[in-house]
Ligand binder design. Sequence first.
Ligand code: CO
Ligand code: CO
Length: 314
Amino acid sequence: MITDKNVLRGMDSLDDAGVYKLSDDLALIQTVDFFTPIVDDPYDFGQIAAANALSDVYAMGGKPLTAMNIVCFPTKKLDISLLQEILKGGIDKMKEAGVVLVGGHSVDDPELKYGLSVTGTIHPDKILATSGAKPGDKLILTKPLGTGILSTATKAGKTSKQTIARVTRSMAALNKLASELMQEVGAHACTDITGFGFLGHISQLAHNSKVGIKINNDSIPYFTEAEEFAMLGLLPGGLHRNREFYSRMVRFAETVPQFMQDILYDPQTSGGLLISLAPDAAERLLERLHKTGIKEATIVGEVVARPAGKILVS
Ligand code: CO
Ligand code: CO
């Protein structure tokens, strides 16, 4: 592996984005994310893909500045106006974030994919990594879970218009404000909940911070519609992979229903931030999040010293 003293977060650190130190008070953050459509509306898909790509910068406490489009498009199969709508959704989301689109690249591909590479900055001493959680910390989650299950149900044509609208709004919401507020109150660690699901990302936090974690099942915010589809067994493939991979780190109390276990392993797209911080800071942050409209934010658990690397859900 190539090592460089200026690489503050790299391939080996399992963090959300790469960080490269430019000077004592300035570091570069880089991240890339793209995927196939998870909603039918092209404009919405563009918004979600952009919010998702920007999220890794926010999770580290950084400020995204520029972005480049990544486009895979089947020119013979689909009308180009569809792509224009996707790109418009992406650009509008970047504008909202104060991020400038500076270029991009597209290829002809049998399967449509869209996303961004994002560049931002951060102070080298202020990087919020997954290694900073401390025993006694509270954990705040800022968005409800269940987007993977609901996307799967949507593909099967089983969700209502209202459900799709609710989930779309959540996935298209930037983690910008939550990121700024958590820095104001002084967070210890943060990550965003995406493909590995809540328990996957929590496991990484526990592992990297060498702590244990207790999750209060009753406080988990989730889309109630996901319960029904989970009970029908309508689960995304990634959910089973997450369970296989992370279950050795996780113990469930008998009172945790099966559908909640599914939701906790559900891969998320553009999920919320998971923030670890001291109890008094957690109370202050929660109040500010609720006041600024991030109403689903909840304290979902706490950090304990032992057993390190293990997650207890009860
Ligand atoms: Co991430
Ligand atoms: Co990512």
